[in-house]
Write a protein that binds this ligand. Structure first.
Ligand code: NDP
Length: 403
């Protein structure tokens, strides 16, 4: 029985708070704070309607550390779950340290003025969390999050060592819009337009964004083009599982998405440098995000499925030589919407956020300091995925990927 404070009131938060309310044995009191209180109230109303549970709501700018510290002290939660934007990670970690409360998030810190996704800013908090006897759990979404837990599960149950790891993120959903992103547009476009990087034999290999493409036949979705990208879990996995020779991350994009993005990039609309417009500085990407459809409005029209998973090759635990396993989850957009009022991209992030919070609050995962997902026993987390809407499957492939 534990009190939790969730910060941020977008699609991911909405799913997570609904799922927490459905597990009131673990989350006995849920508090929700964000920049716009009306969005917290809308989530609280839906939660009341669907589950009968109450959620207390507050308005807060999470970048105002003293005000946030006071709010945390006033509520007195056992854990703060950060489901706002990556820009707020460090201020929320500072407020948690000041208030003496553990911390969790789903995405690593990014400075606003540079599209750079690296863990060093948050890893630098390790000693302070350790000395305070508090835990900070980083990246409990699907990717990062479940994909890292999938890797440790394969390492515990199937492979003695992992030689190569490919993370495949496929969204086979159709939202019926010309161009829209399935989570926060600003964060999504910064991620997709960043140069691709993968890990190979102890070094980063960088290639221009969206230039390396493969076609892959995803179960329940069909063949899709997927593109090599940088993703933050590569950095933490190569650090915590240093035996892995090659780690790559792939994400599917339809041709229409790529065409729109290319045009927007070519005309400068994805830039993050300020531009003077009618006497005011505006950031083109923030303006673009403001005119694109809001991800939380896509749920009612989105059909199709997501399929996200890991393909790992390495020496089998039973000594039978090199083996390749594929472990993945398939999630249906319409089912996700029916259950929580949000599409599957928010669902596949919000459910793991609830599970990560449950790992801390139930004591299934313990420790003082800053941790990534692959540093813990995967089994209790994998059990909860099966029980709470994200069942997974594992199968042996005939051999490693041909590309
Ligand atoms: P949204 O943009 O829908 O929601 C973000 C919320 O944060 C909004 O309610 C916003 O407030 C609030 N917010 C922004 N700035 C502040 C601030 N200064 N103080 C308080 N609240 C603030 O994003 P999503 O729900 O799509 O994504 C949430 C997080 O999940 C992001 O960090 C994203 O990167 C991460 N994510 C992780 C994934 C994974 O698999 N690991 C996958 C998808 C997303 P307002 O409503 O006023 O704008």
């Amino acid at each position: 029985m534990s009190k939790v404070l969730v910060i941020g009131a977008g699609g991911v938060s909405s799913v997570c708070v609904h799922k927490m309310a459905m597990n009131s044995g673990i989350f006995s009191e849920i508090h929700l704070a964000s920049r716009t209180k009306a969005k917290c109230d809308a989530i609280a109303a839906s939660v009341k309607d669907r589950t009968g549970e109450s959620v207390q709501t507050y308005e807060i700018d999470a970048e105002e550390v003293p005000a946030l510290t006071r709010l945390i002290q006033q509520i007195g939660p056992k854990l703060v779950v950060n489901l706002a934007l990556p820009y707020q990670d460090l201020p929320i970690m500072d407020a948690c340290l000041a208030a003496g409360v553990s911390y969790m998030d789903t995405a690593n810190y990014e400075p606003k003025d540079e599209a750079k996704f690296e863990y060093h800013w948050q890893w630098a908090y390790h000693d302070r969390f350790k000395e305070a006897g508090l835990m900070a759990l980083l990246g409990s979404g699907f990717d990062p999050g479940v994909t890292s837990v999938f890797a440790t599960w394969l390492k515990k149950h199937k492979l003695r060592t992992i030689r190569t790891l490919d993370i495949l993120d496929c969204n086979g959903g159709d939202h019926g819009q010309h161009f829209a992103t399935n989570f926060n547009p600003e964060i999504n476009i910064r991620e997709v337009t960043a140069p691709a990087r993968h890990w190979l034999n102890g070094e980063w290999v960088e290639t221009p964004a969206l230039t390396i493409r493969q076609n892959f036949d995803f179960e329940a979705v069909g063949p899709k083009n997927m593109y090599l990208m940088y993703h933050e879990e590569i950095e933490s996995l190569k650090t915590h599982l240093p035996e892995i020779e090659r780690i790559r991350f792939w994400m599917t994009f339809g041709d229409a998405y790529i065409t729109h993005l290319t045009v927007l990039q070519n005309v400068g609309m994805t830039g993050i440098e300020p531009v003077r417009f009618q006497g005011k500085d505006i950031i083109p990407l923030q303006f673009l995000a403001a005119v694109l459809p809001k991800p939380e409005t896509l749920g009612s029209t989105t059909t199709g499925k997501t399929n996200i998973g890991d393909i790992a090759t390495g020496q089998a635990l039973d000594g039978s030589g090199e083996k390749t396993f594929y472990i993945y989850n398939i999630c249906d957009h319409e089912d996700a919407f029916h259950e929580t009022g949000n599409q599957a991209v928010s669902y596949t992030t919000g459910v793991p956020a609830m599970i990560g919070a449950a790992m801390l609050l139930t004591g299934a995962w313990t420790g003082a300091g800053v941790f990534n997902m692959e540093q813990f026993d995967p089994d209790p987390y994998m059990d909860m995925l099966n029980q709470h809407g994200l069942p997974w499957q594992v199968k042996e492939l005939a051999g490693p990927l041909a590309f």
